[in-house]
Ligand binder design. Structure first.
Ligand code: ATP
Ligand code: MG
Length: 409
């Protein structure tokens, strides 16, 4: 993509009408646009980042047998009444249709996925199975002051698994946990993301959250440094020691909940009457698990933990482009490099604008792509270009003929 063609502009300073750091930087860099409290537009660069996060999540959830579907965001009241959540789900956005019926904007999808899968699954032979979606969710959050960390409209990956018994649920739950850590590893969050014990439901003692340590977080977790797990503040009274080793010297940290997994048991299959026939032909309730993760919140989290005064610093897997190619009044030579990079399938944003070096280098830092390549008369005279990593101060000179090899070898 050529920067001269991009319709969005960067700002010189953080926008004043935004209080959260992640949204301020993303708005300054032209990645998102604010529409209202907790309501944002993803602009071209921001959408590329969000899509990359979703791609990583898709690959890892597909790898554990999740089948992708897309459920409606508009959901009739009757489904929520079956589970009692029309009244009990505080953050539900409720609205009236022209048919005078009531609807909710999907805040989560147990009420929709359960009857959907029920229409297709009848016997033990059809189980286990797991379906997921990546979709926009709506919640009437009271406070939406944390930018992408707490949207009123936000993205969620929600996976639901269906089993004949507790044992197969437990096994899948372990598999999902591992997949979650693979995702956080690829997104550059592994070292600061802790499996966190939180209160469970009727079906299990604990549920598990994945909490990323960050001062902008709204949660407090208590970390066991020996086991690399944590306990959520909300259960610390009943569980004041590490649930794995009994260590009582836990370290309190602010953290962001970037995912959570939950053994639902029969909480939803029972009200919907979702039973299966076992091997002896007896009807039994299906046992369920649910696994949530927030791509847009993860995007905000990455910004909170990975930026400097110059702007964004994206990990490679999520960066909008791998290379930020800067022409310092050398567009003829740089056009050729741009073509070569594209032919080699290296994702590149090309600053071909008629601006001075200072402004272009500031833009490159602000947008935060992992590699900056500068083409100037000085280095071209020796047949080379400058490469700098966003995370480093060092500049390398690379010969024109070696440029593609820099990434592909
Ligand atoms: P929180 O306690 O932070 O409100 P939650 O327990 O309500 O989160 P879930 O209902 O389990 O979260 O949603 C699954 C995932 O969706 C969360 O782990 C989080 O990553 C994301 N998520 C939840 N609410 C929001 C929101 N308002 N904005 C952005 N992401 C969200
Ligand atoms: Mg919530």
């Amino acid at each position: 993509m050529r920067l001269s063609q991009l319709f969005t502009r960067t700002l010189k300073e953080n926008p004043k009408d935004e209080t959260s750091l992640n949204a301020q930087i993303l708005m300054r860099a032209g990645f998102i646009d604010k529409i209202g409290a907790g309501i944002y537009t993803f602009l071209p660069l921001g959408l590329r980042v969000h899509n990359n996060i979703c791609r990583v999540i898709r690959e890892e959830i597909d790898a554990i047998g999740g089948q992708e579907i897309l459920m409606p965001a508009l959901t009739p009241k009757e489904y929520w009444q079956i589970t009692g959540r029309w009244e009990n789900f505080d953050a539900l956005f409720r609205l009236k249709g022209g048919d005078n019926r009531d609807y909710a904007l999907g805040a989560t999808h147990e009420e929709i996925v359960t009857p959907t899968v029920q229409r297709h699954v009848f016997s033990y032979k059809d189980l286990s199975t797991a379906v997921y979606q990546i979709q926009t969710k709506f919640r009437n959050e009271l406070r939406s002051k944390a930018g992408l960390l707490r949207g009123r409209e936000f993205s969620m990956k929600d996976l639901y698994s269906f089993h004949t018994d507790q044992k197969t649920l437990d096994a899948y739950y372990e598999i999902a946990q591992k997949a979650y850590f693979k995702i956080y590893e690829r997104l550059g969050l592994l070292d600061i993301t802790f499996l966190t014990y939180a209160s469970g439901g009727a079906f299990s003692k604990y549920s598990h959250e994945f909490q990323t340590v960050c001062d902008a977080g709204e949660d407090t977790i208590h970390i066991c440094d020996k086991c690399k797990v944590a306990v959520n503040q909300e259960i610390i009274e009943e569980q004041s020691a590490c649930p794995l080793c009994g260590n009582v010297e836990l370290r309190a940290e602010k953290a962001i909940e970037v995912g959570n997994i939950f053994k639902l048991g029969t909480r939803f299959s029972e009200p919907f009457g979702f039973n299966y026939l076992d091997e002896s032909g007896t009807e039994k309730p299906v046992i369920m698990g649910c696994y949530g993760m927030g791509p847009s919140r993860i995007m905000g989290t990455i910004v909170e933990i990975s930026h400097d005064d110059g702007g964004l610093i994206w990990p490679e897997e999520v960066a909008p482009f791998k290379v930020h190619l800067v022409s310092l009044r050398q567009n003829e030579a740089t056009d050729l490099l741009y073509d070569r990079l594209q032919k080699a399938k290296i994702e590149v944003i090309y600053d071909d604008r008629d601006l001075g070096a200072g402004e272009k280098l500031v833009s490159a830092d602000l947008m935060g792509c992992p590699y900056r390549v500068v083409v100037s008369a000085k280095t071209l005279a020796e047949g080379s270009v400058e490469i700098k990593k966003r995370t480093s101060q060092e500049v390398e000179l690379v010969k024109l003929g070696e440029l593609i090899n820099y990434w592909t070898k």
